[in-house]
Write a protein that binds this ligand. Structure first.
Ligand SMILES: [Zn+2]
Length: 271
């Protein structure tokens, strides 16, 4: 599943071909992709709207739509396991996994292709209608060390589970959680309330460093669908291979049914 860095890169790639275009028609081939409103309302309300801006909130792409100074609506897209967005020529044959196709002024189309069909779209008047439950953006200026200290204070969960909790911090998934913990030299099973102040600081820095590094390298390549990035994993997917710090083999365990990679030497459970 794409995480914050991968979604950020998709947003950056889509801005140039899409901003300023008007949506002239919408075809929905897989009804369940449209989470809200109804499919008819979705197509009707989108038609005639101009794409004014494209941003990201957590793992959602956020399209700001409208013609007047105040936005008329927001289209939020969550790619989930296999969703992909491409701007293509109208002449290109439709793929059997194309779920939604947006006709654009200028003659091209934005196509949402989603082999596994978990991707979802929301057309709403306010972004918060979808994202209200999400925690802070870990790369925003507002997400300071003191904000993170307050967030983690009183939490008792295991670090890996906590990092995956989107209400705690938004946008970190299985890959960048493992990467952040390795950078911070913290064992994924450590309880959040066992951390010293220096360890909290290391975790804060590890989260931001892992995500920033992912963005800098255009995200990670981790399956057949998402193979654009050049981000090099520190621990994720490297079970049995040498730790990039101490050369001892990387371990893999399950935490809450998620494969979790770490170095038992660099990331001690105690002390
Ligand atoms: Zn190591």
């Amino acid at each position: 599943m794409p995480e914050l860095p991968e979604v950020e890169n998709i947003v950056r790639r889509l801005r140039r071909p899409l901003i300023g275009r008007t949506i002239t028609a919408v075809q929905v081939y897989w009804p369940r992709t449209i989470a809200r409103p109804s499919i008819d309302a979705f197509s009707q309300q989108l038609t005639g709207l101009r794409i004014r801006a494209i941003d990201r909130r957590a793992k959602y792409l956020v399209f700001e739509l409208g013609t007047r100074p105040t936005p008329a609506a927001y289209l939020l897209i969550h790619l989930k396991m296999s969703g992909q967005l491409d701007v293509v020529s109208r002449e290109r044959p439709i793929d059997k996994h194309d779920r939604v196709i947006f006709d654009l002024s200028g003659g091209r189309q934005l196509r949402f292709n989603d082999m596994r069909k978990f991707g979802r779209m929301y057309l709403v008047e306010a972004i918060e209608a979808v994202t209200a439950q999400l925690g802070p953006e870990p790369l925003s200026d507002e997400f300071t060390l003191s904000v993170f200290r307050r967030l983690i204070a009183g939490r008792t969960g295991r670090l890996k589970s906590l990092l995956l909790d989107q209400r705690f911090i938004a946008g970190v998934g299985n890959i960048y959680a493992d990467e952040a913990l390795w950078l911070a030299r913290l064992h994924p099973l450590r309880r959040a309330d066992s951390l010293s102040d220096a360890e909290v600081r290391a975790l804060y820095r590890g989260i931001r460093a892992a995500l920033n590094d992912g963005i800098r390298h255009n995200g990670a390549t981790f399956d057949r669908v998402y193979r654009s990035g050049e981000y090099e994993f520190r621990v994720y997917g490297r079970a049995g291979q040498p730790c990039r710090r101490c050369k001892r083999p990387i371990h893999k365990i399950a935490v809450g049914q998620r494969g979790t990679h770490f170095c038992a030497h660099c990331q001690r459970l105690k002390g």
